[in-house]
Write a protein that binds this ligand. Sequence first.
Ligand SMILES: [Zn+2]
Length: 411
Amino acid sequence: MVRRCLIPLVLALALAWGQEPAPAPAPTVPPVAPVGPSPAPAAVTPPAPAVEPSSTVQDDATRVSILGYHDFSESLPETAMRIRTSKFRKQMEAIKQLGLTVISLDDYLAWKRGEKSLPERCVLLTLDDGWKSVYTDAFPVLKEFGYPFSLYLYKNYVDGGGKALSTVMIQEMIKSGASIGSHSVTHPFPGDVKSRVKKGADALDAYLRSEMGESQRFLESKFNRKVNTYAYPGGFHLEEMFKLADEFKYVSLFTVIPGKVKRSTPDKTTPRYMILGNYDKVFEMATSFRDGGAAPGSGVVGVPASTPVPVSPQAGEVVNSRLPLISVDLVTIADLDPATLVMKVAGFGEVPALFDPASKRLSWRVNRKLRQSSCQVSVSWKDTHGKPPEIPLRWSFSIDKDAAYLPEDAQ
Ligand SMILES: [Zn+2]
């Protein structure tokens, strides 16, 4: 069964956005995460992000960028989750040209444990879900470059027929050095998980135990390989999963929050860049180590996020006004139903943003001085068929603290 996963997260990092666009037979409304700490009403209230303590392992100069891919095709249209095979090849070439070292999962884990040193700029390649095109399209490219990679498989899609990888294909890739990790049993939506949350702790535990434990047992016995890493479907995670991760001895669990990994980066919420087939900026950020490494000791991992459509102020931008104009350029959105547009701003909830049909721009002027040093915005819509965008639009920008002292008319 192919499941769609399009999962907003409430991020511990104000500047992050995460999504895992995924196999999608049925249009499903993704839950809209409330932005920031505001009490703004939202369709679904995700649980608070669980916080885990940092590792005690000493940091070194190494930064690892974990890249996440899904589906590949040379002929089908590019989407967030499906990248053109030739573009993927160009990206692998770029990694080589940039002098980045592609490491294996084993090397990554050994480095994380403090048992191995790595070059300063490393890349770990992960491929989620188990699409057949991983074997037909990506694998030949990865072999050509000699890059190790890891497959994150969910039990119900292995041998799923059609577009799914078969056991034989997976075995062949493992023989060539691929690692495997768990991506659950059913690839649940956040809504699926949340419905279990409502049924109580026991129901939730049984459910998560199956998703995380049964998938591990299945993969280990089928492929005779140790499975001790987990990619949260859609990046969605709950604190309850952390305890089970310990129980099942998962040592690294991957989110979809972009950012570079340091040795001290907490292992249960490992950042990962989901590389989008129709938006090259994420790959550029993932392979840029200038801004993404975070200053040593800053405790900050991650880079300013980017957005799938132009926004203003831009993601990560620092503005000097506490009353900025927030706008989104939606000209590239096909079949947009303007009546469904909703803008939410942290601290304000849903705001009366105006849509200009001529320019296809949605905008709203902040009408009460922003007091926080950062401001989170989300914009949602549906197309004329009632389908929400594949990529939820969320971003945040920062407010220059000095600007907070300027008189109102100076802004
Ligand atoms: Zn997935």
